[in-house]
Design a protein around this ligand. Structure first.
Ligand code: BES
Ligand code: MN
Ligand code: ZN
Length: 504
């Protein structure tokens, strides 16, 4: 089972070729990208080869270049491919240097491969524009390798099939390799999120992490329930007590080549609630249906660490995942219970469905002890964050504006939308406890994403820290042109981008 979660085949069949004449490559489909307005770049070459077919379709309004527009042209003459697929990139100059931004390229390439992967294809050519930077090509490759992978893990009649061969015309081998590793990371996080909760639970998540650590050269330590008890991780244990699946804590360590030993540059912390029934504060059936996604923070951190390690980036990091299943069994933690967290802070439980912050209380304390320079945590923490920011935008919360700004800049660069919410001290009053130091919910539901972040802040010991609430973007209830429904792998690309800048 762990090898299944850790398995990866998206590398299969990708290669690059010179791009001078993509129209001569024999393939099932030839994918070209166009911005709004004129047919230029590689598309202009294809236009000439087809005797002006693309410009005629543009004049007729069939090709507009609008973002993620997908126009298949079947059986064209003048090209060796069986069809041309024209993908829109939207207006010109959405990127910082007047070219197309990275997020649009990632999603545009994914739109093409997602569209074509509905049938078996021997060979598909994606034409990289000669003007693209290495980073632009990488994101197009990553999107292309992501889009053809679906959520149909256990469907006998697969909705998506990978192509026999995918040719990146005009890409360098380096950009191709990097883009594929990024796609592997995103797809790993998606696969973990999409796995059924009775297959992926704390123990099997930890086994998958061990398989991945072995493959990417990270050290791993797994704390089982006995070790968690010896480590006084009463908060993680409390959340897991209602389940027949015992909790785990997974600690991954990566040291970059040539980087001196020392405190980690960053600690990545992930909420790994492998299923959130709400516990005794039981969710409604509708609210519970997608709660296998409640380990998306842990999946993102594991996948990001694995990708950073696979890229051999020169940073030192730890990634720590708190893994528990929130259930209603006879030993379940109760409303009114007081838990002494690892840090010594006492927590009054007012709602067992606010379990993520309880798990993270102990994980953050474990991380604080390692004295990292910075902490970033990812958690599907609150429905309130979705009320505030919708399905697609992650919430940022911080005790250190510079660190938060770095994360926001990286997210913006790769096109993962984020928005910062305030951390006014007034919110601290809301989580003050009567019986214990703090309670695990605020007064009423207003500002619920902020009171949750305020709770976490109590456990980071003043280390620069940013919390990313990914309750919205971690899981797509409906498909988009570029991605199936289900896990999205959100934050993996942002964290890899941050690591490439050395988390500075
Ligand atoms: N895992 C949920 C948050 C969530 C909701 C994630 C929807 C993704 C989609 C979290 O554990 C939770 O239940 N939060 C409660 C907190 C409340 C009880 C204070 C919520 O948001 O309702
Ligand atoms: Mn919950
Ligand atoms: Zn939860």
């Amino acid at each position: 089972m762990p090898t299944e979660f850790a398995a990866d085949k998206s590398h299969h069949g990708f290669r690059c070729e010179p791009s001078a004449h993509p129209e001569t490559i024999r393939a099932d489909a030839l994918v070209v990208f166009v911005t709004e307005g004129t047919i230029s770049g590689a598309a202009a070459g294809v236009d000439r080869a087809t005797g002006g077919l693309l410009s005629r379709l543009a004049t007729a309004g069939e090709i507009t270049g609008k973002r993620y527009e997908c126009v298949p042209i079947l059986a064209p003459t003048g090209v060796a491919a069986g069809q041309i697929v024209v993908i829109g990139l939207g207006p010109e100059g959405t990127g910082p240097d007047g070219s197309t931004d990275l997020g649009t390229l990632y999603r545009a390439a994914a739109t093409a491969t997602r569209h074509l992967s509905t049938r078996p294809r021997e060979t598909v050519v994606l034409v990289a524009e000669p003007s693209w930077s290495a980073r632009q090509t990488e994101q197009a490759v990553a999107g292309g390798a992501m889009g053809m992978v679906g959520q149909d893990l256990r469907r006998s009649d697969k909705k998506r099939t990978r192509f026999g061969a995918t040719i990146l015309a005009g890409a360098t081998p380096e950009a191709l390799a990097t883009g594929l590793l990024i796609a592997d990371g995103v797809n790993l996080a998606r696969r973990l999120v999409n796995s059924p909760p009775d297959d992926l639970y704390p123990e099997t998540f930890a086994e998958a992490a061990a398989a991945i650590a072995g493959r990417t050269g990270m050290e791993i330590e797994i704390w089982d329930e006995h070790r968690l008890d010896r480590e006084r991780c009463r908060a993680i244990l409390a959340v897991g007590r209602g389940s027949s699946r015992a909790p785990r804590l997974v600690k991954l360590t990566y040291r970059g080549p040539g980087v001196p030993a020392g405190p980690p540059h960053v600690a990545l912390v992930g909420k790994g609630v492998t299923f959130d029934s709400g516990g005794l504060s039981l969710k409604t059936p509708d609210g519970m249906l997608t709660m296998k996604c409640d380990m998306a923070g842990a999946a993102a951190m594991l996948a990001a660490a694995a990708t950073i390690a696979a890229l051999r980036l020169p940073v030192n990091l730890v990634a720590v995942c708190g893994l528990a299943e929130n259930m209603t069994g006879p030993a379940a933690y109760k409303l009114g219970d007081v838990i002494t967290a690892r840090s010594g802070t006492t927590i009054e439980i007012h709602n067992t469905d606010a379990e993520g912050r309880v798990v993270l209380a102990d994980v953050l304390d474990v991380v604080r002890e390692m004295a990292p320079q910075r902490i970033v945590d990812a958690a599907t923490l609150t429905g309130a964050c979705m009320v505030a920011l919708g399905h697609d935008v992650a919430g940022l919360f911080t005790n250190d504006q510079a660190w938060c700004d770095q994360i926001a800049a990286a997210a913006r660069a790769v096109g993962e939308p984020v928005w910062q919410l305030p951390m006014y001290p007034e919110f601290d009053e809301q989580i003050r406890g009567d019986v214990a130091d703090i309670k695990n919910v605020g007064d009423g539901r207003w500002g619920g994403a902020i009171t949750a972040a305020k709770f976490l802040e109590r456990f980071v010991g003043g280390i620069p820290w940013t919390h990313v609430d990914i309750a919205g973007p971690a899981f797509a209830e409906k498909p988009r042109p570029w991605i199936d429904g289900g896990g999205t792998g959100v934050l993996v690309r942002t964290l890899v981008e941050l690591a490439r800048d050395g988390f500075r």
